[in-house]
Design a protein around this ligand. Structure first.
Ligand code: ZN
Length: 141
């Protein structure tokens, strides 16, 4: 399905070590999921990537229901809709501050020790909700 923006492609949203290991075929199957990923990238991830000027590896993007279950995600996870991505970073607070500073339209942003979960609802509204994982000990917004 190819390129979404300058720095993001659909394939990195489908890539999953867990899926590969378990033989789960994690492929974007509907236009709505594809549109949701595109909206997340265009409205939130690419502007953030451009402002930060550093790579933003997608740890976990789209999850088909089987993969979501395999990684222990809640059934209502926005990853299943293509509305969320976990971005690897050694500095979650830096990424979070930049997203807020830029006024990016995120629905939820969660800070974890080594990644940031960011979501964007296709068609909105965006809640702009920030949360911290139980094991996140770093600075807060
Ligand atoms: Zn996530």
């Amino acid at each position: 399905m190819g390129t979404i923006s300058k720095d993001f492609s659909y394939s990195e949203f489908e890539r999953s070590e867990t899926a590969a290991r378990r033989g789960i075929v994690n492929v974007i199957a509907t236009a709505r999921v594809r549109d949701s990923i595109q909206a997340l990238v265009i409205n939130v991830l690419q502007p953030l990537r451009t402002a930060l000027g550093v790579p933003m590896p997608v740890n976990s993007g789209y999850r088909c229901p089987e993969l979501n279950e395999a990684v222990g995600g809640v059934p209502t996870s926005q990853h299943v809709k293509g509305e969320a991505a976990d971005i690897a970073t050694a500095m979650p607070i830096r990424m979070a501050r930049k997203a807020v500073e830029l006024g990016l339209p995120f629905d939820q942003m969660g800070l974890y020790p080594d990644f940031v979960h960011i979501s964007h609802k296709l068609g909105g509204p965006q809640r702009g909700h920030v949360f911290y994982s139980k094991d996140y000990k770093g600075e807060r917004l």
